[in-house]
Design a protein around this ligand. Structure first.
Ligand code: C5P
Length: 232
């Protein structure tokens, strides 16, 4: 388990997604399907990508009352994805419900990962908008700890937080980290970034890479570079 590169397929149609995936004639990458693509195409996009032999991280970030999340996760478990997620802010009880719903009758289930505080939330917006007055690093670690207590497999976090999450929640607790850029690449709108090699060194289990691969002139070469830097 772990140490893989997940490509964020942030496209708004099946057509664009398949045109992109068709380039990968050798190794089939692990892909992330987010809200944009899922809401555009519905569950059929998940089934079709799965049929092509890809592992899938379904990034829908559920957050609702425990009963609703439990029943929605039961539906998602039937899509046969490999990883999915929710907001830790929904409480330990919501996360426990999610885990229960996600577990199939045969006892298997996709990996379940929690979002702690979104990386778009900073100290100021957390204090002003959410009335949470603790240091954001402590809030992130507390939410990660809650996810562990609820029985989840790990968290989505910045690669800069991955080492601390492992110190707090154990080496086996997975860290899935976006915000990855090549040393010689554009950082775009991401603020705190790491290279794949740095993310490996700090102990990320999975890196989520979007535009450095999807917008590259040669996406397959960019993907292979990520794999070389992160996995080998
Ligand atoms: O293109 P880029 O590499 O920035 O894509 C990163 C992906 O990870 C996007 O799908 C983005 O929504 C997602 N993500 C993120 N930061 C988070 C959580 C998810 O960049 N904290």
């Amino acid at each position: 388990m772990g140490k893989d590169v997940i490509i964020a397929c942030d496209f708004d149609s099946a057509e664009k997604t398949f045109a992109f995936l068709d380039k990968f004639t050798g190794r089939k990458p692990f892909v992330k399907i987010g809200m944009e693509l899922y809401y555009a195409e519905g569950p059929s996009i998940v089934r079709e990508i799965k049929k092509r032999g890809h592992k899938i991280f379904l990034d829908l970030k559920l957050h609702d009352i425990p009963n609703t999340v439990k029943k929605s996760m039961a539906v998602l478990s039937r899509l046969d994805v490999d990883m999915t997620n929710l907001h830790a802010a929904g409480t330990i009880r919501m996360m426990e419900g999610a885990l229960e719903g996600l577990t199939r009758p045969d006892g298997t289930r996709p990996l379940l990962i929690a979002v702690t505080q979104l990386t778009s939330t900073d100290q100021e917006s957390m204090e002003k908008d959410l009335l949470i007055e603790k240091p954001i690093a402590d809030v992130v670690m507390h939410y990660a700890h809650n996810a562990k207590v609820a029985g989840l497999d790990g968290v989505v976090c910045s690669p800069l937080e991955a080492g601390k999450v492992h110190d707090t929640c154990g080496e086996k607790f997975l860290t899935v980290t976006p915000g990855v850029r090549f040393a010689d690449g554009d950082i775009g709108d991401q603020k705190r970034v790491m290279t794949p090699a740095e993310a490996k060194k700090i102990g990320s289990d999975y890196i989520v890479v979007g535009r450095p691969i999807t917008a590259a002139e040669d996406p397959v070469a960019a993907y292979e570079r990520c794999v070389r830097e992160f996995c080998d």
